[in-house]
Write a protein that binds this ligand. Structure first.
Ligand code: GLA
Length: 344
């Protein structure tokens, strides 16, 4: 049944560990956060879509059928409409009002929150339901084909499957999602904005991804999940370093899950540090600004800290013991519920 008005919310995410593993069919451990994007959709007559980005004070208007591409937030809106229709959903004319509290370009996945909230609202108006993994794939196509960032599915799955007090161990080979209870006993995850804006599409993200594909070609494997450490050691640089990061990071995800289950938070802190060193030295996605932000977190007493998301700017993540105060400018992040429709 069609609805006249639907509001949908989708959260951003923090990735606890497991960076640049999703598009290598590896492992990651994200959680959805309380902050996110809300889209209020109202059915209209005609054959166009109007969108208003409240926080930016900007508008867009485009035809429902075959909308042309665009830049910035408009690419996501047009892509969400087009991909929902391409997937066979009966999306029709609408007014969309977008608000959010995930800082854009900060590595907390404001873009996935936007895609997911848009798609849930559009499907809600049309009275359609979708399997959540299929929806994550659809949203990833919006990011890949409309915003030009060849990202994996980490952010979309985290936004769609999040739950309170729970991190998600995602196996990107099978897309199996295992909830991992976060019993933190007063320890806190704190995010600090490095102040450097990143845009997945224009950063070295796509280049890193191409390097992983090249490494697979040379190794004769489908994905780096199938590569052995011995074979990787024979790759030319920088492909060897890139692949070594991915193999090591998959192992660290497994170790972090075990440490969380054992409530061994100091061990989680050490794994954050090891992940950061690997992202900086092997994957080379850090910057001087990000390094300063990570160093500051450690000076402020973090038991472990690392860059988060694609890199080249954005936010850094630190883990703080119960007796360590949250540093100035730090934002405590709690795992919260996944994307949902607020009203129909
Ligand atoms: C960005 C992408 C994700 C993932 C991370 C790195 O956040 O959107 O798909 O690849 O970078 O782990």
């Amino acid at each position: 049944m069609r609805n006249e008005v639907v509001a949908a919310f989708a959260p951003g995410r923090v990735n606890l560990i497991g960076e640049h593993t999703d598009y290598n069919q590896g492992l990651a451990l994200p959680f959805a956060i309380a902050e996110g994007v809300t889209v209020r959709a109202r059915a209209t007559n005609g054959d166009g879509v109007r969108a208003h980005a409240v926080d930016l004070g900007e508008d867009d208007e485009f035809p429902l059928r075959e909308p042309p591409g665009a830049e910035g937030w408009r690419a996501f809106v047009r892509g969400a409409v087009a991909e929902c229709r391409r997937a066979g959903f009966e999306v029709s004319a609408a007014d969309l009002r977008i608000t959010g509290d995930v800082p854009r370009g900060s590595g907390l996945s404001s873009s996935a929150a936007l895609e997911v909230a848009l798609c849930l609202a559009l499907l809600g108006l049309a009275g359609e339901r979708s399997d959540r993994v299929a929806l994550a794939r659809l949203c990833a196509r919006v990011e890949n084909d409309w915003a030009g960032a060849k990202t994996g599915m980490l952010d979309q799955l985290a936004s769609l499957f999040g739950a309170a007090e729970t991190a998600l161990r995602i196996d990107f080979r099978t897309l199996e999602i295992e909830p991992v209870r976060l019993r933190l006993g007063g320890w806190r995850f704190v995010v600090v904005d490095s102040g450097e804006r990143h845009a997945n599409a224009s950063s070295g993200y796509n280049e890193r991804r191409a390097q992983c594909e090249r490494a697979c070609e040379l190794l004769g494997v489908e994905t780096l999940r199938d590569a052995s450490a011995a074979a990787v050691a024979g790759l030319p640089q920088p492909l060897r370093a890139r692949a070594e990061h991915v193999l090591g990071e998959n192992e660290r995800v497994g170790e972090a899950v075990a440490a969380l289950r054992a409530e061994d938070l100091p061990a989680v802190g050490r794994l954050l540090d090891a992940s950061h060193a690997s992202l900086r030295d092997l994957y080379e996605v850090s910057t001087p600004t990000v390094e300063r932000a990570v160093a500051r977190l450690r000076e402020d007493g973090a038991a472990g800290a690392r860059l988060m998301g694609g890199g080249f700017g954005g936010s850094v993540l630190g883990l703080f013991a119960p007796d360590a105060p949250t540093p100035h400018g730090g934002r405590e992040v709690q795992p919260g519920p996944g994307a949902h429709v607020l009203s129909e």
